[in-house]
Design a protein around this ligand. Structure first.
Ligand SMILES: [Zn+2]
Length: 191
């Protein structure tokens, strides 16, 4: 077991990291769903916006499917790697062989996912036209930007990306999501 950990720690660490990330993301998404209704500007008053609500949701869903298959592949390879050493009755050489292939698979899936993420976002146009932030993110310490945009219509920099009419019922601009420099008194259109 010790030799296994020494050799394949990266595959195990990747899987554990992926599981923790999934869990923390779910917690944050649930926390952001418990907010009071907020008022919003009238439709069309925020100038031209790059996305319609449904179009943005569809594009985000496509990136999230990509993220899930990316994370799923890493978890699957990690599990194979671990089970190669815990399943009884295998030859030592078989364990090493399976674990090596699965460990390499976990690393390769991480690499392929990391390489393909940016081109996919570019292809879908999922970058903020004002600050250049990627609009689908796997942030560790804050509500993911795709959720901020979906619920407030704004990027953290304050740029409007969705028309207020496309926001879900009870949702509107929210100062808490704007980056510090943009926080301050709400514009009159907001009341
Ligand atoms: Zn922005």
């Amino acid at each position: 077991m010790q030799a296994f950990l020494e050799r394949y720690w990266f595959a195990v660490a990747l899987s554990i990291g992926a599981v923790i990330w999934v869990w923390r993301t779910r917690l944050r998404i649930r926390a952001s769903a418990r907010t009071r209704p907020r008022s919003r500007p009238s439709s069309g008053s925020v100038g031209p916006v790059p996305f319609r609500g449904a179009e943005f949701a569809a594009k985000v869903a496509r990136v999230q499917r990509f993220h899930w298959s990316w994370i799923g592949a890493m978890i699957a390879f990690g599990l194979v790697c671990v089970s190669a050493f815990v399943v009884p009755g295998l030859l030592h050489a078989t364990r090493i062989g399976v674990a090596s292939v699965a460990g390499a698979g976990a690393f390769l899936s991480w690499l392929v996912g990391a390489i393909r993420e940016a081109p996919l976002l570019r292809q879908l146009g999922l970058y903020c036209p004002q600050c250049g932030a990627a609009l689908v993110e796997a942030s560790e310490d804050q509500v993911p930007l795709q959720l901020v945009v979906k619920e407030t219509g704004q990027c953290r920099c304050g740029a409007w990306l969705l028309d207020p009419a496309d926001l879900p019922s009870g949702q509107g601009p929210d100062d808490r999501y704007l980056s510090r420099s943009r926080q301050g008194p709400r514009p009159p259109a907001d009341r």
